[in-house]
Design a protein around this ligand. Structure first.
Ligand code: SAH
Length: 481
């Protein structure tokens, strides 16, 4: 992180703005909302600043900056068009460990300003560390569209009841659940529809119900919430491919069980305070046996935790999701399954290969290249049908055998084939050839798992379509035809 975001309280703090132009005026207006006492030092000031001075909202000293001025302020902003003055302001502030921002040259100072979505007391700040203020503004506009101004009321209300809720519920878990219900349920809906008073009445009623019924009791009493398991498909890698439901459940997890296929970017969207358990599995590296995974899910759920089982792609496609929920059903533990984008869909789209196409393939078959006792056991006659796409998961080791068997069973040697390495991520590479040439092409390169193989004439369409795929052309290497 180039810069660490912090929110500072400027109430009644003295803030210096050096400069009298429109940039200085903009900064003054933004900072005024914080309750700071602003002093503008500049021989001349623009109209916007004059208005603020006449309204006595800021103080003006009509003079040039004198070396050392900034040492008397908590925060200084150098917004002149004179580089030497700006540098002097920065030097003075930094010499006394004060905060300073130089609007034209952020690297001279020690703080930068974020684009702000102001729903005070809720504040959302977006920063690109000075790399692209325009991008920060565009993102700000998007976020602002999603966070209506009534969130200010919701935040205020939550703050007003914070202490009472703390007194009513002893454990952090109970408090968290109470607030989740309030903030995502009918009470929040009332606030967002403009009925603040009704929302407050409902909240107070829930709280007093709760405190009347509350028996001071250990956490394992019948009041302890029942745990549950969310079996969530995390998609093939790009976090943009998560579903809304996946994201919502990820946010409320107490324990996260994840495997190797779940990307770091996706994992970083789970709560930092959750307990993380890595369960494997790399080929030949079964970090945790399936039975142990099933047991771990069960134990945590029985302890009242909300357990997130994050799986690459879709949990029900070569994901053993079925086995995990069988254990839970047998034990009577509540669970929810959330589908994810399976590797075949994700990789195909990001590589520019449609899995079906009216002129090329009317069916598509997903198979696993996982070896059983060192052998590839598949229904070969079914796989060599014309006008069909074959997608092979877990097929890297068996690639040569897969292609050879398809040829022996009658699939023409010039049938196009592609291998997609780490599909949908920034590291995606696509190797294309035929079933005859692909194994040799791939063997020449150090290919990293996970990889997916697509076989069929749809692969040819990539030549036309790859330029419109989300991963940029530079991230892809097409080797051979
Ligand atoms: N449940 C997963 C599949 C698990 S099996 C899903 O629906 O996608 C693991 C195999 O999935 C890997 O060996 C590989 O063949 C494929 N796979 C998963 N993510 C992938 C990715 N980002 N790129 C290429 N292949 C991927």
């Amino acid at each position: 992180m180039e810069q660490f975001p912090l929110f500072i309280s400027l109430q009644n703090r003295r803030v210096l703005i050096v400069g009298g132009g429109s940039v200085a005026a903009r900064k003054a207006r933004t900072i005024l909302g914080s309750g700071a006492r602003i002093v503008v030092v500049s021989p001349n000031v623009c109209m916007a600043l004059t208005d603020l001075i006449h309204a006595k909202r800021i103080t003006h000293e009509a003079r040039t900056y004198t070396a050392g001025d900034a040492t008397h302020f908590w925060l200084s902003i150098a917004a002149t068009d004179d580089e030497a003055v700006n540098a002097q302001v920065a030097y003075d502030a930094i010499s006394v460990n004060a905060l300073v921002n130089v609007t034209d040259e952020p690297q001279l100072g020690n703080v930068s300003f974020a684009s702000i979505v102001d729903r005070a007391p809720l504040t959302i700040a977006i920063s690109t560390g000075g790399h692209s203020p325009l991008l920060a503004r565009l993102i700000r506009a998007r976020i602002a569209a999603f966070i209506p101004s009534s969130y200010a009321v919701l935040t205020q209300m939550a703050g007003d009841y914070r202490d009472s809720v703390k007194q009513t519920f002893q454990s952090i878990g109970q408090r968290r659940r109470f607030w989740e219900n309030v903030l995502t349920g009918p009470i929040a809906q009332q606030v967002l529809s403009g009925n603040e008073q009704r929302a407050r009445t409902m909240l107070a009623a829930q709280l007093s119900d709760r405190s009347n019924n509350e028996i001071p009791s250990p956490s394992h009493s019948k009041d302890a919430p029942a745990g549950e398991v969310y079996l969530v498909g995390a998609g093939p890698g790009d976090p943009d491919l998560l579903t809304f439901r996946a994201l919502r459940l990820m946010h409320q997890a107490d324990v996260v069980l994840h495997d190797r296929l779940v990307s770091d970017e996706v994992l970083s969207l789970c709560p930092p305070e959750a307990e993380y358990i890595y369960v494997g599995k790399r080929r030949s590296e079964h970090t945790m046996a399936q039975d142990t995974i099933n047991d771990t899910l069960l134990q945590h759920a029985k302890a009242g935790k909300r357990v997130l089982r994050l799986k690459g792609g879709d949990p029900f496609i070569f994901g053993r999701g079925g086995e995990e929920i069988e254990t839970l059903t047998d034990a009577g533990v509540r669970f929810e399954v959330v589908p994810g984008i399976t590797a075949a869909s994700g990789c195909a789209s990001y590589a520019g290969i449609p899995l079906t196409h009216r002129d090329h393939a009317q069916s598509c078959v997903f198979v696993t290249g996982h070896l059983k006792h060192g052998e590839l056991v598949l229904n070969w006659d079914h796989l060599v049908q014309p006008n069909q796409t074959v997608v092979c998961y877990m097929g890297l080791t068996a690639l040569a055998e897969l292609c050879e068997k398809l040829m022996t069973h009658g699939l023409p040697a010039d049938t196009p084939a592609a291998l997609i390495e780490r599909g949908t991520t920034q590291h995606q590479r696509v190797f294309t050839g035929t079933i005859d040439s692909l194994p040799t092409l791939v063997a020449r390169t150090a290919v990293k798992a996970p990889t997916l193989i697509i076989i069929g004439s749809v692969v040819r369409l990539r030549d036309k379509l790859q330029w419109f795929t989300p991963v940029s052309a530079n991230d892809q290497a097409t080797i051979g035809k």
